[in-house]
Structure formats: C-alpha cells, structure tokens
Design a protein around this ligand. Structure first.
Ligand SMILES: [Zn+2]
Ligand SMILES: [Zn+2]
Length: 400
C-alpha cells in the first residue's frame, strides 16, 4: 500500500498526510458509490457520513432531515469557514463493470458526489486531528443537489446560522479536464437556469379544413423558430445565453388540428442584465406570434437556480493554493459552463468560491461526461481535491 501512495501523482505537490489518507479516502468513495441514494432521500448516506465523522471525534447534527452538519471549533475568535460536499446520486442505471458498481438498481453516483463526500470526510478528519488555530470550520454534507433544491432547504433550516457563516468553499470533481488540472475563476462560473412552460391555445378543426381553425402546431413551430432569434439578435454577441426548447407536445391523430400545444424550454444565462432581456423577449415573442396567428399563450416562467458567482478575493486565494499543488501551467480560469449547481444558493448569501478538480483519464477509461451511465473518475484526482480543500480551509481561517 505504501508503494502505491508514494507513486501517487508524482510531480504533484500533495503532502505526506494526504498521501497516507488516500487509501481510506478511496474506500469511503467506493462504499458511497456502491450505495447511491437520490434527491432528499439520502438516509443511509447521511448515517454513513455521521458514523465516519463521529469516529473522528466530531459531533454531528441533521439539517433538512437528510443533510449533516459538523463543527470543528478552535474555541477562539475568528471566522466561520463553511465547507460543503453534496451527497446525492442520480436516477440512472449504472453501466460500468468495476467491483464497486451500484448495488441500488436504477440509482448511480454519475455526477461524482460520492467523491465530494469522501474528499470532505478526509479533510474533516485532518482538521479535527490537527486542530485549527482560530475560528470554526462548519462542515456541510448536502442532499438534493440534482434538481431537488437541497442547498435552499438546508439554508431554510438554518445551515448558515449559529454560528453564522463568514465565507464558503465547495468543489466539483470534473470530467471536463484531465487529472492534474484545476479550474477556478472569479465572477459567474455556472449558469442561472429558468424553466419555461408554454401552453398555446388555438382552435381545433378538421385537418382538411385548416381555415376553420387556428392551428397551435403551426403557431408553436413559428414560436420555436423565432425564439432562436433572441440570442442571435437581442443579446450582445460577447455575452452568453442559451434558449433550448426541450419539449413540444401536440395532437392525437393525422386528420385533426388539435386545440392545444405545449412547449417546455430551458433558459441558461450568467449575467443579470442579459437575464432580464431574455425574460422580456421570450414573453414578447411568444405573445406576439400567438396573437398574430389567432392563438393565446399561457406562459409559466419559473426561476430554477441562480448563477454560481465566485467572489474574486476567495477565487484568487483558491487559485494560489491550486498553483502551489499542481503548478501554474495546470491551473486555468476558463471555468465557465452552462451547467448549473445549487452551491449558487450559498454564494448568494455569503462570499465564497467553487472550483473544478480535473479527473478525466483516458488510460483508465474515465472519459464519459457527468450523468452518463458509464461515468467514472480517476480516483487519484481525489488526492488533489483533498489537498486543495484542506489548504483553502486553512487560508480562509487565517485571512477572514
Ligand atoms: Zn450533476
Ligand atoms: Zn454534481
């Protein structure tokens, strides 16, 4: 075992404690990977996390029922630094053949949240063992990241209060770049998401006599086409936005023009001013086209997730620690993705940052994207995440 740890990531600046902790980290990750739970139903995962934390001598409490919070307290004045790992899996049937394959059929850790929990457990243990010089470290283990608003539920349950969180840090294992690279930048890094549901009310009639009705399918087709003009004609070409119509349902038979059609769309954006333009133009385009074709449109516009916006000072501090571990050539600031992350809800309340830990490795067949049934990560990358989270925690304690 010691030979493996000495050979772990040669050339990467991870210390002896991180190397020594790696086999336990891998074991925790594999246990969690084999026992995935979805959404807010992370009952056994929370129990496992609690039992690990308690074995390190830490006390635990529940938040939002299936979330876990623990505190490393110096007993001295100073900031409260929050570290967060999400712990939920996805409703996907795993298609890998490794020995720690999911034992819960239809559920899979296909986003890497098993690695997040395992890395943060290693950091929790080390901070508790070594003690901290000032302030407190608040350790959050959060369910329901994958569209179940787990972060918001923990916030509503007081996770950011008593003691009040000063600054927050989180990280995502990342299939989008290779092991040995870290992505971190200040400002918006992951998108805000809106879901828009539209019902077009036309006038049904016989397919042979279209002039007797108002065709909601034709209206919907015009709307879909015109919506694509918003990003190309109304948004500054140097800014980013996505409008994807992801569902279009209408009709029952070949000889009927139906009375209704339904559209669902996903809207993604980073910046507030662009967001306002998108929302306004979607309403104008949908209502304008429906009106011109004798149809009515009901628009149900809901904000699913705010953008994940990194504080520039925290991001710079994370970048310095990342460079100390993997070298400047392996730390990039091209972090922006149209994917979304509910760590954004914490960052809307307190300053902080969210980093990406590269974990793709072609030789180990870790080549599939997040949410793919063959998704897997290079476990060596978890040592980098362990080292980075530990260093960032101590920097934040010292400087806030
Ligand atoms: Zn995911
Ligand atoms: Zn994720």
């Amino acid at each position: 075992m010691s030979a493996i740890q000495e050979n772990l990531l040669p050339g990467v600046n991870i210390d002896a404690v991180t190397r020594a902790a790696h086999s336990e980290l891998v074991a925790n990750r594999r246990y969690l990977h084999a026992h995935p739970e979805v959404g807010m139903e992370t009952h056994e995962t929370a129990q496992y996390v609690e039992s690990q934390l308690q074995s390190y001598g830490l006390q635990t409490e529940r938040s939002a029922q299936t979330g876990v919070i623990s505190l490393v307290d110096s007993g001295k004045p100073g900031p409260t630094v929050m570290l967060r790992a999400d712990i939920d899996a996805l409703p996907i049937t795993e298609e890998t053949s490794h020995e720690y394959v999911s034992q819960n059929v239809g559920k899979m850790h296909a986003c890497g949240h098993d690695t997040h929990a395992a890395m943060q457990l290693a950091v929790s243990r080390r901070l508790q063992n070594e003690g901290i010089g000032r302030g407190r470290i608040k350790l959050l283990y959060q369910p329901g990241e994958e569209g179940h608003h787990g972060a918001q539920k923990m916030i509503e349950d007081g996770a950011l209060k008593s003691p009040d969180v000063t600054v927050a840090y989180g990280q995502h294992i990342w299939a989008g770049c290779p092991t040995g690279q870290i992505q971190i930048s200040g400002g918006p890094v992951m998108a805000a998401v809106d879901t828009v549901r539209i019902v077009i009310h036309g006038k049904g009639t016989h397919a042979a006599f279209p002039h007797g009705g108002n065709d909601p399918i034709y209206c919907g087709a015009q709307i879909i086409t015109a919506l694509q003009s918003i990003v190309s004609r109304n948004i500054d070409p140097l800014k980013s936005a996505v409008i994807t119509v992801s569902e279009f349902h209408a009709g029952t038979a070949h000889n009927i023009i139906p009375p209704h059609a339904k559209l669902t769309m996903s809207v993604r954006v980073f910046e507030k001013d662009v967001h306002q333009v998108l929302k306004r133009r979607i309403h104008e385009v949908v209502n304008g086209i429906a009106d011109s074709l004798g149809c009515d449109a009901d628009i149900d516009y809901s904000h699913e997730q705010v953008a994940t916006v990194n504080d520039h000072r925290v991001a710079e501090l994370v970048r310095e620690e990342a460079i100390a571990i993997v070298g400047a050539a392996n730390v990039t600031d091209d972090q922006q993705t149209m994917g979304a992350e509910d760590f954004s809800d914490f960052l809307a309340e307190v300053p902080g940052a969210f980093a990406f830990i590269g974990a793709a490795n072609t030789a180990k067949e870790c080549i599939y994207p997040h949410h793919h049934p063959k998704f897997n990560i290079d476990e060596d990358a978890m040592a980098i995440g362990n080292e980075l989270m530990y260093r960032v925690a101590n920097r934040l304690l010292a400087e806030y």
